[in-house]
Design a protein around this ligand. Structure first.
Ligand SMILES: *[C@@H]1O[C@H](CO)[C@@H](O)[C@H](O)[C@H]1NC(C)=O
Ligand SMILES: *[C@@H]1O[C@H](CO)[C@@H](O)[C@H](O)[C@H]1NC(C)=O
Ligand SMILES: *[C@@H]1O[C@H](CO)[C@@H](O)[C@H](O)[C@H]1NC(C)=O
Ligand SMILES: *[C@@H]1O[C@H](CO)[C@@H](O)[C@H](O)[C@H]1NC(C)=O
Ligand SMILES: *[C@@H]1O[C@H](CO)[C@@H](O)[C@H](O)[C@H]1NC(C)=O
Ligand SMILES: *[C@@H]1O[C@H](CO)[C@@H](O)[C@H](O)[C@H]1NC(C)=O
Ligand SMILES: *[C@@H]1O[C@H](CO)[C@@H](O)[C@H](O)[C@H]1NC(C)=O
Length: 828
């Protein structure tokens, strides 16, 4: 009877494991047979037997449950497959996992550091398969866990590095091939020698050195930046050194994998496209090749040739260098003698040299570091260990290897130089300064004399002149506006305050250059403060601008009637003599381009601000297109025409080129194409055809610029000639939309929202105007959750478009920065 009960219980347990998918745990005495699986509680990971690729060998592994393509993230018996389907994974009373074949031979086993009273083996929702005491959830006390034995994949929360006490090595190693999970040639791990650094190797050869951690990123991993998906962690103490990432949003699926062809990339699962998107790949350009330039030289991807000696060094072999063989590196022009007067030259923007032979102390200041380096004759360079705090000391004692120069993300490296070399530099600098000063003195003398004479005369004349002018002010205003716009209905409700020139001059400190804010559509813009404290922006029509007068009138008539929180507000205008001015509310945060295209300022615009800006622009445009009393096409929507108030709310400005449409008019043709390259819809730039849909195109470009932090025009990529629109389209088609996202988008976990914006942006820049959504649809799409149609090919996705457009660009309007607003004659 007793045996019957035992057999019965045993049968029940077994069948529970076999049939139920809800089980994530095995207890002592239980086992998993080939064909059975266990699934983590959140249904993310599954553990069981599988055969990789076209292999017939059986392995025990863990894979993503939700993904049908079977993405394996961990393998137990990676070196020793089971030849048939008779394998069984047993869990013993001692808390040991045993993988047995048909003849009960042990194929693989886990080991443990301690014994536990009630051991269980559980597959966690992080992808970690752990053996622990049933009542002890503390990760520190796991008896064994799979995260300690990484294969080719690093999951969030899994350490990459080394346990310095037990010697446990958390290095990733590739599979031999798609069919064979055995240890392959490629590895990614942290080398603890000197100051620890992250190295990618093929066999024993370093292929790419991401380098040491500097508080923000690995010094050579330029693309590792604050981002919407992960936070980074780097730990270095006596017990362990490791690097780790944590998901900001736990439901995102992500992995770093070293694949069998040596490609190391971080991939993130995109539900919308049902595929893995590359977040970044390691070692992407030539300068990432380890030690490409040899000792004491730096690599710069924007230079040709790529390699250059550090300042004060020269090629060891001019001949090799002339053949672009840089491996021999550079030597000092003047050798160090360890004499008094030696010092350091600062090299900003660098990837730190190889730290395998370096010394460090993370508690010292930079000054202490310099002193220490000077005292030790064999010390050749120093730097901070942590650039966020500007602290810590890192010293080098041998030749400086594998240095790279970055445009934006590097750090300061201080290289020791000989006394005579430093003296020479100092002399050169002084003589340059002396020359400059003597020149300046002469100039000042002349200026002072002229000014004293001239001012007296001018002031007197000016006062008389102004008094006379002011009397004629009102009539002139009427006549200027009225002459060209006889339409009574428009004129009668023109209730724009007229502000006199003297008031404006006082407010703007006589249009002083300090008050100049920039160059607008048709002339300079100045800041001013009225006596009552109100801040204003004054747009002054430049005398030389013939086209400007038209636009001035256009803007006065149009914008005076428009009232919306996302349109800039016109306070008044001024017409006196030859002066034509518009007075607006002042926007303390300038314009959008000032922020999104700037490395440091773009950090101030997190995702919440950016989506608010996109939303605001959409609403402003919707008002222009549909909701105001008039139907208005802006025709020159671009980042520099979106101003930001003190709370970073967007306001569309510059209506100089806007057009009013009648109630049922939907498109018009013009002989004068105005707008800005990079924002113009194809049908408009080529055929002069404009409609609300050409504004939508510009809006789409703007959205892509806001998400990516890059300009559409002048966009460069290593692997194609497309502009930003083309780049975005390409990434979308290749199901890698994440790569478009601005790295500065810190803290923003609204991952799917960002992708939605890219999607809407691409719908807006579609080639055919009729495919583009209208503004009310765009507003709905941005706010909604519904599924969106797939975008079709965009218009103008390569930078060089029509030759006509380029050739007629001699007819420029007043230009300001390198962004050019153009007027084109009808190119047909
Ligand atoms: C492994 O587990 C199975 C089923 O639980 C059991 O029949 C077998 O004896 C176990 N083998 C070993 C070596 O523990
Ligand atoms: C089972 O494994 C043992 C030890 O690895 C091995 O000697 C034996 O040949 C294997 N048996 C089968 C049937 O594969
Ligand atoms: C645990 O097993 C691994 C191989 O699976 C082995 O490399 C390691 O030395 C073992 N550790 C202990 C403490 O037995
Ligand atoms: C390795 O990754 C690259 C890039 O994703 C891919 O093209 C290649 O096919 C992969 N190789 C293998 C063997 O998976
Ligand atoms: C560095 O400073 C921290 C706290 O300020 C201290 O705990 C640590 O022991 C110091 N380390 C060394 C090496 O001086
Ligand atoms: C200079 O530094 C090296 C490396 O840390 C050390 O071995 C050597 O003793 C130091 N020399 C002096 C004079 O402090
Ligand atoms: C986390 O990601 C999931 C799936 O991508 C998404 O549905 C959810 O809204 C996200 N949560 C947060 C807080 O962003």
């Amino acid at each position: 009877m007793g045996t019957f009960v035992e057999v019965f219980v045993c049968f029940c347990l077994l069948s529970a494991i076999r049939t139920s998918t809800a089980v994530d745990t095995i207890s002592p005495g239980q086992s998993i047979r080939d064909g059975d699986t266990i699934v983590s509680s959140g249904q993310t990971y599954e553990l069981g037997f599988f055969s990789p690729g076209s292999s017939s060998g059986r392995y025990v592994g863990i894979w993503f449950k939700k993904i049908s393509t079977g993405t394996v993230v961990w393998v137990a018996n990676r070196e020793t497959p089971i030849r048939d389907r008779s394998g069984v994974l047993n869990f013993t009373d001692q808390g040991i996992l045993l993988l047995l074949n048909r003849t009960n031979g042990v194929i693989w086993s886990s080991n443990k550091t301690r014994t536990a009273r009630n051991p269980i083996a559980q597959l966690l929702d992080s992808g970690n398969f752990v053996v622990k005491d049933e009542n002890d959830a503390n990760p520190e006390n796991y008896l064994w866990h799979s995260f300690d034995y990484p294969g080719d994949t690093n999951l969030p929360g899994m350490k990459l590095g080394r346990n310095l006490v037990t010697g446990l090595d958390w290095t990733l190693s590739s599979w031999k091939s798609l069919d064979d999970p055995a240890r392959g040639d490629y590895t990614a791990g942290i080398d603890p020698h000197g100051y620890p650094q992250l190295l990618y190797k093929k066999g024993n050869k370093i292929t790419f050195r991401a380098g040491s951690w500097n508080g923000i990123r690995f010094t050579g991993a330029a693309r590792l930046r604050p981002n919407p998906v992960y936070t980074y962690e780097f730990v270095l103490n006596e017990k362990e050194v490791y690097y780790n990432i944590h998901l900001r949003n736990r439901s995102v699926m992500s992995r770093l994998v070293v694949n069998s062809t040596g490609v190391t990339e971080r991939l993130t699962w995109i539900d919308q496209t049902h595929s893995w998107a590359r977040y970044f790949a390691v070692g992407e350009d030539q300068c990432d090749t380890y030690n490409l330039c040899g000792a004491n030289a730096k690599c710069n991807i924007n230079n040709s040739p790529l390699c250059d000696c550090l300042e004060g060094f020269e090629p060891k072999s001019e001949r090799d260098w002339s053949f672009q063989d840089w491996t021999s590196g550079c030597a000092r022009k003047t050798a160090l003698a360890c004499k008094r007067g030696e010092g350091f030259v600062k090299h900003p923007g660098m990837k730190m040299p190889d730290t395998s032979g370096s010394w460090f102390n993370r508690n010292m200041s930079l000054k202490e570091c310099e002193d220490l380096c000077l005292k030790n004759c064999s010390c050749v360079a120093y730097a901070n260990t942590d650039i966020t705090a500007g602290s810590g000391c890192l010293l080098w004692f041998s030749e400086l290897i594998d240095i790279r120069e970055f445009a934006d993300v590097g750090q300061d490296l201080y290289v020791r130089m000989a006394t005579s070399y430093l003296d020479e530099i100092k002399k050169k600098r002084e003589s340059r300064r002396e020359k400059r000063e003597s020149r300046r003195e002469k100039r000042i003398g002349i200026i002072v004399c002229t000014t004293i004479l001239g001012t007296g005369v001018l002031v007197l004349g000016w006062i008389l002149y102004m008094r006379k002018r002011r009397i004629k002010l009102r009539e002139k205003m009427r006549s200027v506006i009225g002459r060209d716009y006889n339409d009574q209905s428009r004129n009668e409700d023109l209730e724009l305050p007229i502000i006199d020139l003297i008031t404006i001059m006082k407010a703007s400190d006589n249009f002083s250059s300090e008050n100049k804010l920039g160059e607008g559509g048709f002339g300079p813009v100045y800041k001013g403060i009225f006596l009552d404290g109100q801040e204003i922006a004054v747009k002054r029509l430049s005398m030389s601008s013939g086209q400007g007068l038209e636009e001035f009138k256009n803007e006065v008539l149009l914008i005076a009637k428009l009232q919306h929180r996302n349109l800039v507000k016109l306070l008044g205008c001024c017409i006196e003599g030859d002066e034509r001015m518009l007075i607006y509310e002042y926007m303390p945060n300038k314009s959008l381009d000032f922020f999104i295209f700037d490395q440091s300022r773009s950090k101030l615009l997190d995702w919440n601000k950016r989506i608010n800006i996109i939303d605001g622009i959409a609403r402003g445009l919707l008002y222009l297109h549909q909701d105001s009393r008039l139907r208005i096409i802006h025709r020159d929507l671009k980042a520099s025409n979106v101003l930001l108030d003190k709370d970073m709310n967007p306001k569309i400005s510059d209506f100089g080129m806007a057009r009013i449409f009648g109630g049922d008019q939907t498109e018009a043709n013009t002989n004068r194409v105005v707008g800005t390259f990079g924002y113009m819809a194809p049908e408009y730039a080529v055929d002069g055809l404009f409609s609300v849909k050409s504004d939508i195109f510009s809006f789409g470009v703007l959205v892509l610029e806001i998400v990516s932090g890059r300009k559409n025009r002048g966009f460069h990529s290593h692997d194609h000639l497309h502009n930003l629109v083309g780049h975005a389209w390409r990434l979308w088609m290749e199901e890698r939309p994440l790569e478009l996202i601005d790295n500065m988008l810190e803290e923003s976990a609204a991952f799917s929202e960002i992708i939605r914006c890219i999607h809407v942006g691409l719908l807006c820049v579609q080639k055919r105007p009729e495919d583009r959504p209208n503004m009310s649809t765009v507003v709905l799409m941005l706010g909604g959750e519904s599924s969106l149609p797939q975008p079709k090919q965009p218009g103008f996705f390569t930078e060089r478009f029509t030759p006509e457009a380029e050739s007629s660009s001699s007819n420029y309007r007043s230009t300001s920065t390198n962004e050019i607003t153009v007027t084109m004659l009808d190119p047909r």
